[in-house]
Design a protein around this ligand. Structure first.
Ligand code: PLP
Length: 391
């Protein structure tokens, strides 16, 4: 188990004595961000539904940042080894980083990214706000010529929904050599599976809506950066952009994080088992999972990840069969999210804005924490019930 040891100057909430940053990560997730352990104090963060506070204290107005937000920021900051800034959603977190770019900034991005981010990058490009350049050349190799003059290299690994792997350390080195900063969307791997800041990245992004929250009951996003000045700038700008999470969301998010290591370990272990079985299933045309030895990014993933995360994408040969699968499972729920305790699946191309590079016959499986054999039986029965692949 890696250590959560990090230098973090995040203000401890409630003037709490500094937590022990030498804790292993599975201890850190349980204890970070709590009120001080003093007689009479509650163990958990209070849910304080207040927009305004009596003048003269640390917090005056909720949009400026609350104790609950600070507790989340301290916790995720330590887990990722930097300074956390929390937002109302993952997209708000992504938008905050993009908002901080100078007008005309060059942003280099891979072909596969979460749809919302990809669409926003294209919009900003069309508006002339940024210039968007491709990270890969036509052979799928990183195209370092695109880094010249770049401000930001955006990466997502494993990527949504193709589960492509990018070598974070290598690409970061190339980007830094060219004077560009690097952001890595770490939503799929979670801070337990991968720490991009430790590999050199400048920013880590999380849709905390997913695995950090872990129960499909909240929306939030977090940016973590090793640079305190950058974190402070993001916080100041957040006051103006107004994208802050509410008290209940912060409470639920911290509660979800308490079990993050257990959930991640269970879900990625089940995902590995399911991916291996799916690879041998005659009803499945192709399996995308970085934990499989024939995945093109397997060796890199093995180097930079712990576990291969809990998302698997499978190709069913036709869009009809993919849709049928989503309608034929009884335990797996047909739904668009991921990272929750419950297993979900969906055909990503049912969304009009999903990239045409994603096959329309692809189904993304988000593995939860149920019994792996139950998950397999349900998938297997659903796969057997599908219309046969046209020969
Ligand atoms: C990889 C990734 N990044 C960012 C986001 C955006 O997060 P949110 O839905 O919390 O705005 C998502 C949402 O699915 C995602 O999958």
């Amino acid at each position: 188990m890696p250590s959560a040891s990090t230098e973090s100057s995040a203000t401890p909430p409630h003037g709490k004595p500094s937590p022990d940053f030498s804790w292993a990560v599975d201890t850190a997730v349980v204890h970070l961000g709590r009120p001080p352990t003093l007689p009479g104090e509650p163990l958990n963060l209070a849910i304080t539904p207040a927009s305004a506070y009596v003048a003269g204290g640390e917090v005056e107005y909720a949009r400026d940042g609350t104790t609950a937000m600070m507790a989340v920021e301290q916790t995720v900051g330590v887990l990722e080894g930097g300074h956390g800034v929390v937002y109302s959603t993952g997209m708000a977190a992504a938008s905050a980083v993009l908002d901080g770019l100078v007008v005309g900034a060059i942003v280099v991005a891979p072909p596969h990214l979460y749809t919302g981010v990809a669409v926003r990058l294209r919009q900003l490009n069309q508006e002339g706000r940024i210039t968007l350049r491709p990270l890969m050349d036509s052979t799928g190799e990183v195209d370092v010529t695109q880094f010249t003059g770049a401000h930001l290299v955006w990466m997502e690994t494993p990527s949504n929904p193709m589960l492509d792997i990018i070598d974070i350390a290598a690409v970061t080195q190339l980007a830094h050599n060219a004077g560009a900063q690097v952001l890595c969307d770490n939503t799929f791997a979670t801070p337990i599976g991968q720490n991009p800041l430790a590999l050199g990245a400048d920013y880590v992004l999380h849709s905390a809506t997913k695995s950090l929250g872990g129960h499909s009951d909240l929306m939030a996003g977090v940016v973590v950066t090793a640079q305190p000045v950058a974190a402070e700038r993001l916080r100041e700008q957040r006051v103006l952009l107004g994208s802050v999470p509410g008290a209940l969301e912060c409470f639920l998010l911290l509660r979800g994080i308490r079990t993050l290591t257990l959930r991640y370990e269970r879900a990625h272990t089940s995902a590995q088992l399911l991916a291996e079985r799916l690879a041998g299933h005659h009803g499945v045309t192709k399996v995308h999972y970085p934990g499989l030895p024939d995945h093109p990014g397997h060796d890199i993933a093995q180097r930079q990840m712990k576990g291969f995360a809990a998302l698997i994408s499978i190709d069913l040969g036709t869009a009809e069969r993919a849709t049928e699968l989503c309608e034929s499972t009884k335990l797996w729920i047909h739904s668009t999210s991921l990272g929750g305790v419950e297993s979900l699946l969906e055909r990503r191309r049912r969304w009009a804005k999903e990239s045409p590079l994603v096959p329309d016959s692809l189904v993304r499986l988000a593995v939860g924490i149920e019994n792996a054999e139950d998950l397999w039986s349900d998938l297997d029965q659903a796969l057997r019930s599908l219309t046969p692949t046209p020969s």
